[in-house]
Design a protein around this ligand. Structure first.
Ligand code: CA
Ligand code: CA
Length: 260
């Protein structure tokens, strides 16, 4: 056994194991080193990225008064719950009622699946407001695209959620916009691509729908990384005016910053 020493090139670049390095049934120290070292490399790289982005670990993750940098919360919990009051500790660790009236900006992105056009993606940028501590209203510009389809429009919705740091929600939303879609056109009696042959095999046409709309139910959860920054995961099922083949499953996530 050679000593387990951190050093050499391994500190800079995780090396690729070579088959010739191995002898059967022998635990190789380099393997031990590499197997425990790769996560460290990723952790350091991840931390560097987080620091670069100006982010930080969730606030107050080591103590129960998590939102003391927010003035409303700080005033409410100026005197924290004593150690003898575990329920009080849980309450102050989860309370997010100070967000009543907060206004924020969000970006979100997700994967979409339609039975007619297959997989695609969606992206949004917009505003969300806390009408109460447990109800938000949001509005965004939203785009979606797949292999044979693209759309852009306005998206809006309401979310009913718990007024807590980790906040599951249910919501309802609506979308209205323009949709482009490539469809099969080999049986419509028209030379759609102007190549002099009508309805040749594989002929396609582009359909435009300037008034596509959808409504959708939504479920998801928020987590407040800081008293002002919120992470969100969500799932939706779009029911569209273009028929059930244009309906879509959407799963995504987002980041929002709130001012108050
Ligand atoms: Ca043609
Ligand atoms: Ca045709």
């Amino acid at each position: 056994m050679t000593p387990l020493v951190l050093g050499g090139d391994d500190l800079i670049s995780p090396r690729v194991n070579r088959a010739s390095d191995h002898r059967p049934n022998e635990i190789n120290d380099d393997d031990l080193l590499n197997s425990s070292f790769h996560p460290i490399v990723w952790l350091v790289a991840g931390c560097a990225l987080v620091v670069t982005l100006g982010c930080r670990l969730p606030t107050g993750i080591t103590h129960s008064r998590w939102a003391m940098e927010h003035p409303d919360y700080a005033e409410k919990y100026a005197e924290g719950a004593p150690k003898s009051d575990p329920i009080g500790k849980v309450k102050q660790a989860s309370d997010a009622r100070f967000l009543n009236g907060a206004e924020g900006t969000y970006v979100s992105a997700g994967a979409a699946y339609r039975s007619r056009t297959g997989a695609g993606f969606v992206a949004d940028v917009g505003n969300e407001n806390y009408l109460t501590s447990y109800l938000t209203q949001r509005m965004s510009v939203s785009g979606a695209a797949g292999w044979d389809q693209a759309s852009i429009g306005l998206d809006t919705g309401l979310r009913l959620q718990t007024p807590t740091r980790l906040a599951p929600f249910v919501g309802i939303g609506g979308y209205a916009g323009m949709n482009w879609e490539t469809v099969e056109a080999d049986d419509d009696g028209v030379d759609n691509d102007d190549d002099g042959i009508t309805d040749e095999r594989g002929e396609e046409d582009t359909e435009y729908d300037l008034t596509m709309a959808s409504i959708y139910p939504e479920v998801g959860a928020h987590f407040w990384w800081t008293p002002h920054a919120r992470l969100t995961g969500f799932g939706r099922y779009w029911v569209t005016t273009d028929g059930r083949e244009s309906d879509a499953w959407i799963v995504g996530g987002g980041l929002a910053f709130f001012r108050k």
